[in-house]
Design a protein around this ligand. Structure first.
Ligand SMILES: Cc1ncc(C[n+]2csc(CCOP(=O)(O)OP(=O)(O)O)c2C)c(N)n1
Ligand SMILES: [Mg+2]
Length: 399
């Protein structure tokens, strides 16, 4: 059990923000506040209460730092390439959510599956996909994870069991639930993790998927990354129950809420959630996180007050973990700096690799739409006629 699990379903957030709880079946008995608590209330920094870090935990924290730094530097390069118009389409970044990404992915086995949304670059890399191939996909090049045809939102790699990348909010949930049903049907020891945002918890597919998963005891962990915003709409404005993990009580599903800025806390909670799912008890894990930039690279986030923006830096998990590693003498400042240099070099290399990769041949545009041949598969390119009519003999024309 971690020091950083935040609340149970039974306790209003403001009172319970640092209380130790066990993962358990949620039974939201008391009505909770309709107003979402302030960021500081739902994501307390409780470093002072933390037990001394063991050698093993220290080594894991260093690995988390390395991985978080890689995601950070990768995303910064992606943002730059996008603003230079080298990357097209949409581009949503994991900046601020790095601790959540590494903690969650650390709890999965290679044989487990991941479904995620459009904010997916960090997840793809932490599933083991080469950053070069992830960046090449953003650039739409042949060496990309999806051969250049998916782009930022649609990475897919069966060999790393990343089953997408979905741009439709909530689109991944029924598919993830179906994958979990397939695993159960085949009697396999595998788990599906399905990540989404707080806004997604208000989509119909969320309720349908959680209901079926609980009813049929499917091996799936639903993870809500609660970054406080669905595009520019706050959780308080969008959700009647802002403590999203409590919604599991409607499906008699186990649930937990955790501090998403602490990678160790996320890892511990994710391990509990995954173990529960592997034993046939689906789980809802709410990870309270921060989105440091706009919804996508082009969003200036004008809906955030200057005061809110000025507080964001204190919630940045990357420098916070660096400070902890130095304070607890797990690493020296020089070692922290070296990790940054190494991961920056990897991100630069990924950028160079992507730029040197070829554009895909347009003739391959439709080659990956279906896994098996489909009789009426349309292969019409934009601008081509919908129906190609046979030429009539000239004598018939004008009759
Ligand atoms: C069905 C559907 N409705 C609306 C949109 C437009 N849209 C894209 S992202 C988004 C907000 C989602 O917020 P959240 O689930 O919190 O995820 P986050 O972006 O914070 O990671 C919306 C409304 C969409 N892509 N799909
Ligand atoms: Mg959100």
């Amino acid at each position: 059990m971690t020091d950083n699990a935040l609340t149970t379903a039974d306790e209003p957030t403001k009172k319970a923000s640092t209380k130790k709880v066990a993962a358990k079946k949620v039974t939201a008995k008391k009505a909770s506040s309709k107003k979402a608590p302030a960021r500081s209330a739902i994501a307390p920094r409780n470093a002072s209460r933390r037990a001394a870090t063991s050698k093993e935990d220290g080594a894991r924290l260093v690995k988390f730092y390395r991985d978080m730094m890689l995601i950070r530097r990768f995303e910064e390069r992606a943002a730059r390439a996008y603003t230079e118009a080298l990357i097209g389409g949409y581009c949503h970044l994991n900046l601020g959510e790095e601790a959540a990404v590494v903690g969650l992915m650390g709890a999965l086995r290679d044989t487990d599956y991941l479904f995620t949304n459009y904010r997916e670059h960090g997840y793809a890399i932490m599933r083991g996909i080469d950053p070069n191939r992830a960046m090449a996909e953003l650039y739409g090049r042949v060496d990309g994870v999806s051969k250049g045809w998916g782009g930022s939102m649609h990475m897919f790699d069966m060999s790393h069991r990343l089953l997408g990348g979905y741009g439709i909010v909530g689109g991944q949930l029924p598919l993830a639930t179906g994958a979990a049903l397939a695993i159960k049907y085949r009697g396999l020891d595998e788990v599906v993790m399905c990540t989404m945002g707080d806004g997604t918890a208000n989509i119909g597919a969320f309720h349908e998927s959680l209901n079926i998963a609980a009813l049929w005891d499917l091996p799936v962990v639903f993870v809500v990354i609660n970054n406080g915003l669905g595009m520019g709409t706050t959780v308080a404005k969008a959700s009647a129950e802002p403590e999203i993990y409590k919604r599991a009580s409607a499906y008699a599903m186990a649930a937990e809420r955790v501090d998403g800025l602490d990678p160790q806390a996320v890892f511990d909670a994710a391990q509990r959630a995954v173990a529960s799912a592997r034993a046939g008890h689906p789980f809802l894990l709410e990870v309270v996180s921060e989105r440091l930039r706009g919804h996508s690279v082009v969003d200036p986030a004008k809906y955030r007050s200057a005061e809110e923006v000025s507080h964001l830096a204190q919630f940045d998990p990357v420098p916070n973990l660096a400070a902890r590693l130095i304070k607890e003498k797990i690493l020296t400042a020089a070692e922290v700096h070296r990790i940054d240099e190494e991961q920056s070099a990897l991100a630069d290399a990924a950028d160079a690799f992507a730029q040197s990769s070829a554009h895909p041949d347009v003739a391959t545009l439709f080659d990956y739409n279906y896994a098996t041949p489909v009789a009426n598969d349309s292969r019409r390119l934009p601008g081509e006629a919908l129906f190609v009519t046979a030429q009539r003999p000239s004598a018939e024309v004008g009759r």
